[in-house]
Design a protein around this ligand. Structure first.
Ligand code: 4AD
Ligand code: MG
Length: 451
């Protein structure tokens, strides 16, 4: 027996006898031959069992296997140009670990989205879902390695937070502690100052990264973030993964350049590492490749509104771009496009006003092409204490909650900028998915938090 075998390494095992540990994801058999579609986590391969080339028990075992049987199979790897993977396995022996007694719920084709989501724990095994999660992995890995190369330090922002980082309308409140009785606490000799405190699940680690740049210069985080989204769209999850990056002495233009470089690094990594996955997803890769050596256009919010109005969308001068306008605009470009300088009143409190027009902010959204819409939101931050507090007061924010954040402007304030990229939006765009729910292993949405 050769060294440990995985399907992804088939090319190194041609004409060799190997042991494959995996699952039967499909099966076809006739009187004298059985075809087993096998999966081992690293890839897919077809195994062939020929009646008169194996023992009668092995052939019988092959015929008795049902979908999702777990198996240890011995066989010979051979090249086969007709096989989807380019390789096939001539099976000589089958050891079964478990044969399901019931019919596999996802065995038939064409299930509705609800059925699939209810069976997400099984659906993850399907070829498409396999490919999507591997692309997701490649994106995560590319973000870490690119930012590390660029000198960013990973800082872990907290998940339980005392106040809002973004709009309060999407805050996810949770009791900070369970309601322990005085008796229970007395027994442990614990006195708590505020047992009834409410915490909010993090909407973004940004504010904490702004603290960390004074220690490290360039930092990033990557973690789960939460929004109690009232929108039921194909782009919104209540729990999603976001990477925030923040850098000292970086202004608006350079902030956008950093985003562009990161997106190109991600695309390059996925194209290099995931050709099989993109092929399974039937993703047109030339569209993605063509982005690599093009400059991303930058257009003003004002012009973006005009573009949308030209297409008969009813939208006001100072409105946010809704999903519809974003789709419309991003359909017009074959690269991601920056929309910059939104009206101040529709954006988060921390954004710096544009010195040329104080009613607008030095921010950007980055819209992915092909109608995918916003994948990144970024801005230069207000670094002037007086301006920041004046605006926060106007927004009726409770300054007491943000004293620590305001300290960052009191002690060594500097121009700085950052951005947040939504992982599921990136996955959905790169894999060309209808809905972000497929881009995360176990999606949490407005009306779903199972399984
Ligand atoms: O534009 P957002 O709200 O920006 C922030 O939270 C900033 N604090 C980031 C920063 O400057 N450090 O969110 C950033 C990104 C969006 O562009 C989008 O890709 C994703 O997070 N996102 C969501 N993804 C899935 N479901 C949701 N409900 C999302 N809300 C935002
Ligand atoms: Mg945004």
């Amino acid at each position: 027996m050769e060294s440990k075998f995985f399907i992804k390494d088939s090319k190194d095992f041609i004409a060799k006898k190997v042991e494959l540990k995996g699952w039967v994801y499909n099966k076809r058999s006739s009187g004298s031959i059985a075809f087993l579609q096998l999966r081992d986590g690293t890839g897919f391969i077809q195994g062939v069992v020929v009646k008169n080339e194996v023992s009668p028990t092995t052939f019988e075992t092959a015929r008795n296997l049902t979908l999702e049987s777990s198996v240890i199979i011995t066989g010979l790897i051979r090249e086969d140009k007709r096989a989807p993977s380019g390789y096939e396995m001539s099976i000589v022996n089958i050891k079964t670990l478990q044969i399901p007694k019931e019919e596999y719920p996802l065995g038939k084709k064409d299930h509705g989205p609800d059925f699939l989501l209810n069976n997400r724990h099984l659906w993850l095994r399907s070829k498409r879902q396999w490919a999507i999660q591997r692309v997701r992995h490649a994106i995560i890995y590319a973000i870490y390695s690119h930012l590390e190369e660029e000198g960013f330090i990973k800082i872990d922002a907290p998940i339980l937070t005392p106040s809002a980082a973004e709009g309060t309308t999407t805050l996810f409140p949770v009791p900070y502690l369970p309601a322990w009785s005085d008796e229970e606490l007395d027994k442990e000799e614990i006195t708590l100052k505020s047992q009834n405190a409410v915490a909010y699940l993090s909407q973004s680690g940004q504010l904490y990264l702004e603290a960390a740049i004074a220690a490290h210069g360039k930092v990033f985080d990557f973690g789960p973030t939460f929004r109690a989204e009232k929108s039921k769209t194909r782009r919104h999850l209540s729990e999603f993964w976001m990477m925030d990056a923040e850098a000292a002495f970086v202004e608006h233009e350079e902030n956008m350049a950093t985003q562009e470089k990161l997106i190109k690094a991600i695309l390059k990594a996925v194209l290099d590492k995931c050709p099989e996955e993109l092929n399974i997803l039937e993703r047109d890769t030339t569209i993605l490749k063509n982005i690599l050596d093009k400059k991303f256009p930058i257009i003003n919010h004002q012009e973006a509104i005009k573009l949308a109005q030209k297409e008969n969308l009813s939208i006001g001068q100072r409105d946010d771009l809704g999903a519809e306008a974003e789709t419309l605009i991003s359909n017009k470009f074959d690269t991601p496009v920056f929309i910059q300088k939104y009206p101040k009143e529709i954006k988060a409190f921390y954004m710096k006003a544009d010195p040329k027009d104080s009613s607008r902010v030095l921010n950007n959204d980055l819209l992915a092409p092909e109608g995918f819409g916003e994948i990144i939101g970024g801005s230069q931050r207000e670094d002037n204490l007086e301006k920041l507090t004046a605006w926060m007061k106007e927004l009726n924010m409770n300054l007491k909650d943000y004293e620590w954040y305001l300290d960052l402007r009191r002690f060594g304030s500097i121009p700085h900028s950052g951005f947040g990229a939504g992982l599921e939006r990136l996955v959905a765009w790169i894999c060309k998915l209808e809905h972000v729910r497929e881009s995360i292993p176990f999606p949490r949405m407005l009306d779903r938090f199972t399984p």
